[in-house]
Design a protein around this ligand. Structure first.
Ligand SMILES: [Fe+2]
Ligand SMILES: [Fe+2]
Length: 135
């Protein structure tokens, strides 16, 4: 059973961004299901590998839009992205060193990403992007 289902409150009303944000939701549910079923290490491998490349491309996409449309809160948003990238690298390195109990903390980090970064920080740019016709 998925931990979090996509619903309209997660939508920025920007289709490309929503598509990317659904990936985060997918990782949350995949990790949650892995923890529940005991398929723990394999799922951590998949989720962490995915997250490293996902964050690179998703954050770069948002940052490209900020630059193109002169988003006012770009500096704070970029700093948050940077902190998140560092945190993911930290999780990846702990996992690579064989630390076996990072699943719940990673899940908490991803939930915070969804409920805090997406629902607050990302929502803050949505009106500007919609006005600019970003699809
Ligand atoms: Fe985002
Ligand atoms: Fe963001």
């Amino acid at each position: 059973m998925p931990l979090v289902e996509w619903n309209d409150k997660f939508s920025t009303k920007i289709p490309s961004i929503d598509r990317q944000h659904r990936v985060i939701l997918g990782y949350i549910n995949q990790l949650h299901d892995g923890i529940e079923s005991g398929e723990y290490r394999g799922v951590l491998d998949i989720v962490l590998r995915g997250l490293v490349s996902y964050t690179r491309s998703h954050f770069a996409y948002e940052e490209m839009l900020f630059k193109r449309f002169n988003y006012e809160q770009s500096a704070e948003h970029l700093a948050t992205h940077q902190r998140m990238v560092e945190k993911i690298i930290e999780f990846r390195d702990l996992h690579a060193k064989g630390q076996s109990n990072i699943g719940p903390e990673l899940l908490e980090f991803l939930r915070d990403w969804l409920f805090h970064h997406i629902l607050e920080d990302d929502m803050a740019y949505s009106n500007l992007m919609i006005e600019q016709g970003v699809q």
